[in-house]
Design a binder for this molecule. Sequence first.
Ligand code: SF4
Length: 215
Amino acid sequence: MNNLNYDAQFCAAKNAADRQNPAKLLLHVCCAPCATYCLTQLADAYDITLYYSNDNITDADEWNKRLGEIVKLVQIVNDGNYVVKPLRQLKLAVKPQCAAEFFRRAKGLESEKEGGARCEQCFDMRLGDAFDYARANGYGLVATTLTVSPYKNSRLLNEIGLRLQTDETKWLPTDFKKRNGYIESIQLCARYGIYRQHYCGCAFSYAQTQQQTTR
Ligand code: SF4
């Protein structure tokens, strides 16, 4: 059992962050609701690019809708209308949607529940994409908003990130669900009118959510 306190590691890293010459952080962002809280923790310490890379969101309309909410959130922050002022203007990079790799990885795991083996593949795919982009574009740090969700295994996410990191591109450990991160994300969404989706992202999680609501 790994009892590492990733939130404590994050707090220590943030305390040591150089705000005069901030590190370039590529923040993998799964959706705007999760980003709301994570930005309150990161925006005053890092030079952030949000990276929307979510081939797991298999419905194109939903993929676009979630991207639209992220664009809206970035605008709110950069206009100075958010609860925290960013150290640098936020930037946004987008990996065009291509669900084929997700479906390849999910093969044989379609009936897994959320939190199971399919999700591990999904995390590995998305964080792998983020590290590829970070390395190609000179980012020294990578993190993800996924650790704010109570439905996501933070230990697993951090283990994957630590496995993918290199000397040049490090993983920033986090556990954003600690210190009421998820509750605060719900409050921030209500305050800023951010759409909160009702299922995780893939066609399988959508079908499972539909089954639960029709029972
Ligand atoms: S339930 Fe969510 S985390 Fe799991 S595979 Fe589907 S989209 Fe990915």
